[in-house]
Write a protein that binds this ligand. Sequence first.
Ligand SMILES: Nc1nc2c(ncn2[C@@H]2O[C@H](COP(=O)(O)OP(=O)(O)O)[C@@H](O)[C@H]2O)c(=O)[nH]1
Ligand SMILES: [Mg+2]
Length: 250
Amino acid sequence: MIKNYSISLVMPCKNEARALKSVLENLPKEVDEVIVVDNNSSDETKKVARSFGARTLSEARNDKFGVGYGFAIQKGVSETKGNIVIVMDGDGSYPVKEIPLLVRSLIHRNLDIISCNRLPFKRPQDMSSIRALGVNILNLTTWALFGYRIKDSLTGMWVFKKYAYNSLDFSEGGWNFSLEFKLKAITNPKLRFAERHISYQDRVLDLSKQKLFRTGFQHLIYLFMFKLNLLPKLTYKNVYAKISESKDEN
Ligand SMILES: Nc1nc2c(ncn2[C@@H]2O[C@H](COP(=O)(O)OP(=O)(O)O)[C@@H](O)[C@H]2O)c(=O)[nH]1
Ligand SMILES: [Mg+2]
């Protein structure tokens, strides 16, 4: 709890039992609720999460490449009770100890969404040069297409007010969710969005689930499709509304 705001942390996790332990061991006392959203993990991710008092949810949906990152986050956030939510990887790469500072910044600056910018890194080895190049290409493309000089288009850590998130509608279930979230925030004139620098370190345990070239290419196409308004309009809220409408009719 910080200044009457209750704080929820959501972590999408796929086989992160080892790293998750170190994240949960360092959890600040201000965090009121932790939700770990697992996706067909074959390790003890859920068991570790529960041993620290976290709530665990399962999200089995994947996109056509077998990635459920966006689905997992959407499921987790929809179940949160807090009015401020933090989303981050459960791999130990994001600074869990900086959560109180980030939340205070959100409140004091009267912002709706903070996207936690990883660049520049403390140590160059915290991101491979190919990944850093990819982030910079996507940052430049975002600037060129949307006029917003984003510093880190692919960070996986965000702090936001729940009502701001609820005012948006999402349709990406895979890695593109990270871009979709930021693009919908920066192009919405009603939302106060800012980036804030965090200390980030490359994961020390296990491997990233990314296929860098495929994901990078997917992101680039997504930016242009978003700009040209060519993305399908079928968002989850619409789909659910349609399902309940048809149930009402029966
Ligand atoms: N629930 C769920 N989590 C996933 C999935 N893919 C990746 N994650 C989690 O999402 C976060 C980001 O994945 P990661 O491999 O660290 O990607 P990177 O940070 O881009 O290298 C990590 O906490 C992963 O465990 C998935 O399909 N489902
Ligand atoms: Mg990660």
